[in-house]
Design a protein around this ligand. Sequence first.
Ligand code: MG
Length: 378
Amino acid sequence: MSADLVQTITGFDLWHLRLPVTSRRDHGIGAVEGSCEIVVLRLTAEGGAEGWGEASPWSVFTGSPEASFAALHRYIRPHVLGRRVGERAAIMVDAARAVAHCTEAKAALETALLDLAGRIAGVPVWALMGGRCREAIPLSVSLANPDFDADLALLERLRADGIRIVKLKTGFAGHDFDLMRLERLATGYPEFSVRVDYNQGLGPEEALARVRDVAGFAPDFIEQPVAAHHFALMARIRDAIEVPLLADESVFGPEDMARAIAEGICDGVSVKIMKSGGLSRAQSVARMAAAAGLTAYGGDMFEAGLAHLAGAHMIAATPEIGLGCEFYQARYYLSEDILATPFPVMDGAVRVPDGPGLGAIPDPERLARFAIATAGTA
Ligand code: MG
């Protein structure tokens, strides 16, 4: 352990933020409109260095911002203050025991611990996660606007920006609407790779027939057509189609991945630090998938740039995640991101930062402006 990493953590500050968004977005399990909410954590070491992390919950998927805030403020904070910066693994074990679930809060904690250690040691987070295997991560942008004309306008912007992957959100407004949009993408935008994500939107009575129709368009993959707990139905659909089937809501952490592999429910998995409860556990999910011959995709929640950075550093150090990422919200969905410098996207790919820690910090003015609750060490 570097001598600098023996210094203790003396500050633990939280912001619950409400971030305005540019449009409504519909998914199989629910909609987002007006704003999305995140929790930002700042750790301070005794020498004055700071480390930042973000919890990005969605109430219908992983949990609520109130739960993330309470998990960090009430249950996790006592296991962090006074501990040494270099004790990351031990702190994460204690946090896991202190409060069940609340995976987004644990992702924020591990992100902040890594950012803090990286800034003190003068190395990027990817160096602390095993070293870098890629400098750029192909970016996928999701199409989920119930107003498809608005998504067509977004597609023109994406094309001009060099983005070449889109993920069509399906199963929220009828099968004909989904087939119409797939047809328009195939004929009008052939340069885009298309992926499909149902977000659990189909019932058991209709799922197989509808997924077969969509598979006829030969998308890169079809993601989570049915409810998270319908493992047997996922396995049946997987066996019935040629297109790879991805699990998202069915697989949060390594424990779910083990069951998904044993029951043969998918050809690949969407890996998210907000589901797994941190960057290290996300790497474990990807490695388990790869060992079983499955692919992995870098998914996300409704995140701001801080969580995007954490995911980008994790993927940069995880060769098993080969299907790109979807860290698009900071640039293409939030009215304003929270980072002081723009989240790095160029030529259709996320550029992995080289600076110490995560490589960027939140803008204090925006933290103050978007905060609806705060809690501090004092
Ligand atoms: Mg998904």
